[in-house]
Design a protein around this ligand. Structure first.
Ligand code: 13P
Ligand code: ZN
Length: 268
């Protein structure tokens, strides 16, 4: 198997996994992963452009970069069965206003409607971390539920999550950012999401879902999975009297023991 075939399998398996977790109903959710030049090893010909389509914002900062991206309207449950129609490999054109389709979307489809949020997030995360590679958006059930019943203040939201499982603060010491409800699938939500990605690797979209990022599919998924688990505990206990918790002192002990840099000002 070529490197690219392995990546296609990995993305497909992740989509199936997320579907089975119940996070990606119908066409809910989208995945994008940077493809490095050295990952193109014969499986596709980068000079063979299948189609070129416009995008509605300027991505010239990442011109030439290639990504594997889930298609718009595509069901996560089907990706593994037919990756060539549900996924595509795109390259940002030199003008930053068009994309070349190099592989996939074989039924004439195109990348996710959340492409602005994905590409703008890639741009911001790459500034922070040259190893960054992956953006995942999903409708993680309990995280979404939590946005109906919990304050959307980022410090309060993050601290509640940190209190729900001992290892949360170790996994996402930078915390989670939160956007209020906004219309999705456009540049505006993309820009706001990317702005938040300067400080955190996770952005919750209230009453919609979550964006997670990372150096690998595992890392981005693992971040979301950890938030979702904490949110599940919160939803389970929120209507019961809480008689124990993890204190700020204990959170500090964890941060020191594991050597992580906690979001400034979040612990008392
Ligand atoms: P797409 O089908 O365009 O990827 O949209 C799904 C989604 O989750 C929108 O936020
Ligand atoms: Zn969505």
């Amino acid at each position: 198997m070529t490197k690219l075939e392995k990546i296609i399998c990995e993305v497909s398996r992740l989509a199936s996994n997320m579907y089975r977790l119940g996070w990606d109903e119908r066409n809910g959710g989208n995945i994008s992963r940077i493809i490095d030049d050295d990952e193109i090893d014969g499986f596709i010909d980068v000079n063979d452009v299948k189609r070129t389509i416009p995008i509605a914002f300027d991505a010239s900062q990442i011109a030439g970069k290639m990504f594997i991206v889930t298609g718009t309207g595509k069901y996560f449950k089907n990706v593994e069965i037919a990756p060539q129609t549900n996924l595509g490999i795109i390259r940002i054109c030199p003008d930053g206003k068009n994309i070349d389709i190099l592989w996939g979307y074989e039924d004439g489809s195109k990348p996710t409607s959340e492409l602005p949020a994905h590409l703008m997030t890639h741009i911001e995360r790459l500034k922070k971390d040259s190893q960054h590679k992956v953006v995942i958006h999903t409708h993680a059930t309990n995280t979404l539920a939590m946005t109906y019943v919990h304050s959307l203040d980022e410090r309060e939201f993050t601290k509640t999550l940190w209190q729900m499982c001992t290892e949360c603060i170790v996994v996402f010491p930078d915390g989670v950012s939160v956007l209020p409800w906004m219309l999705c699938g456009n540049d505006e939500i993309g820009r706001k999401t990317a702005e938040k990605m300067r400080d955190t690797r996770l952005v919750v979209w209230a009453q919609h879902g979550i964006f997670g990022t990372g150096k690998s599919l595992d890392e981005a998924f693992g971040l979301i999975e950890t938030v979702e688990k904490a949110a599940e505990i919160y939803i389970k206990i929120m209507n019961m009297p809480r008689i124990n918790t993890i204190t700020d002192e204990q959170l500090k002990l964890l941060a020191n023991a594991f050597g992580v840099q906690v979001h400034e000002g979040y612990l008392d």
